[in-house]
Design a protein around this ligand. Structure first.
Ligand code: ADP
Length: 244
């Protein structure tokens, strides 16, 4: 079980309070969505819970462990994987090398001077097959389409076997066919393997079809939470999005 929650999480940039006194809990074993208008604090929240930036106040908890001041690396070790909005792969490395670097990073093999073992290569190939990139293992990452690079980034994050995966705009800039493949993979990893997801996504159709539970941010704080149909009909959500 890996339950992510926050207590009074707050972070400002200059005079702008990007995330304001946020206390939320995401549902373990479910696909959670985080939505909200532009500038509502979603990215800042993601960066806070993954240890990329520090809060001014408040706490981040994984289960009951306070991980607020932990490094991104240590948080990843605790079972929390993530992908980035603008996709972070090593462009000049092959697809397979990108997968193996992910293992070395998480296991500190670099420090020990080791190389990826045969078992890691097999596991990398299994993940690549699951995301449909196995035929491209020798290609340089930069030669993949943006959507394929996002799949590679997700596959590399999965090499660490995270119990909870944060996806930052998985469908952003991705064509509909690959978006559907990413959605299918998330469903499969959730249903079959019980992995928990937290997804920030602008594609409402995808969010509504993929997520079990959605938290809606506006101006740095949650204004609603519930099932897709609950948040869709919530007056505060309509006001935040449409200004009605
Ligand atoms: P979202 O991801 O929902 O679009 P963000 O978390 O990116 O929202 O931004 C929330 C607010 O914080 C915005 O007003 C944004 O301009 C501000 N902000 C975010 N990051 C920074 C930063 N590094 N420096 C200054 N302001 C920032």
């Amino acid at each position: 079980m890996t339950t992510l929650s926050t207590r009074g999480l707050t972070r400002s940039f200059g005079g702008v309070v990007a995330v304001s006194d946020v206390s939320v809990a995401f549902l373990d074993g479910k696909v959670n969505g985080l939505i909200g208008p532009n500038g509502s604090g979603k990215t800042t929240f993601f960066n806070l819970v993954t240890g990329m930036i520090r809060p001014d106040s408040g706490r981040v908890l994984i289960d009951s462990t306070d991980v607020t001041r932990w490094s991104p690396h240590r948080i990843a070790h605790a079972g929390l994987g993530r992908t980035f909005q603008l996709c972070r792969v090593f462009p000049r490395m092959s697809v397979l090398e990108n997968m193996l670097v992910a293992v070395r990073r998480t296991r500190l093999r670099e420090l020990l001077g080791g190389v990826a073992g045969r078992a890691d290569v097999l596991r990398a190939r299994e993940w690549l097959a699951r995301v449909g990139l196995d035929h491209l293992e020798r290609a340089e990452a930069r030669d993949l389409s943006f959507g394929q690079q996002k799949l590679l980034e997700l596959a590399a994050a999965l090499m660490a076997e995270p119990a909870l995966v944060l996806l930052d705009e998985p469908a952003g800039g991705v064509n509909p066919a690959l978006t559907e493949r990413i959605a299918d993979l998330v469903r499969e990893l959730n249903v079959r393997e019980g992995r928990t997801f937290l997804v920030v996504e602008h594609n409402m159709e995808l969010v509504m079809s993929l997520c079990d539970h959605i938290v809606v941010f506006d101006r740095g704080s949650p204004i609603a939470a519930g099932t897709p149909s609950e948040v869709r009909s919530d007056q505060r959500v309509l006001e935040a999005y449409l200004g009605v």
